[in-house]
Write a protein that binds this ligand. Sequence first.
Ligand SMILES: [Zn+2]
Length: 246
Amino acid sequence: MRAIAVVVVLLCLVTATSVADAAGKRPAKHHEKAKTKKRVALTTPAKPSTVETKNKRDRSIGAPWSGRLQTPARLNAGERYHLRRPWRTYGTRTTVELVRQAIVDTLDGAPKAHILAVGDLSQESGGWITEHASHQSGRDVDIGLFFKKKPAGYPAAFVRATPSTLDLAATWKLIWNFARTRTEDGGAQFIFLDRSLQTALYRWAEKQGISDKRIASVAAVLRHEPNHDNHIHVRFKCRERDTSCR
Ligand SMILES: [Zn+2]
């Protein structure tokens, strides 16, 4: 009898410990034992993750214009952005997470902005992809612009902007949220955008009193590229651990 009692006590202790582990730092209470499973679920984000990863051994190999991708992450759909071609939304885990975060931060900071068009990252295994010279190694993304009035055809397609049709405030936020990652491992290396739109954005930023430091951060990565007046193209740096990334 005594032996059974000891076993029961030990079992209770083990169960209580695993409940405490599952619940993190919060102390476990007896009546919550049955809810262990539910509590674990609650520690994950309430919204479904927008990043889908097979494992953490993702690799960017070679150059963006001659490279490939291994065990990538995938950018999933979101409520306020539209994936133009969901089968081309693969990247390194870092790229996908930075893209997702920049989009979410931008949309949170611009609650009245219209839906955002998100274009191609890379294909699942990377490699050559139609309509692009790069986008081969999971370190590039094309993202549409924000307009004062959402134009016809958008977000299914990118639409050309002019300084007068562009929503300067929301587009600046989008660019800033990428530019701010430039000092991180695998952060933004370049953001390509037509010069005429850049000029309008810098003028707007100065007028708004955006700090010189922040403007300089944007200028450090923003580059002119022809045919980039209907989207921005963000190129991310090689991560330190991607030794065959160029
Ligand atoms: Zn591109």
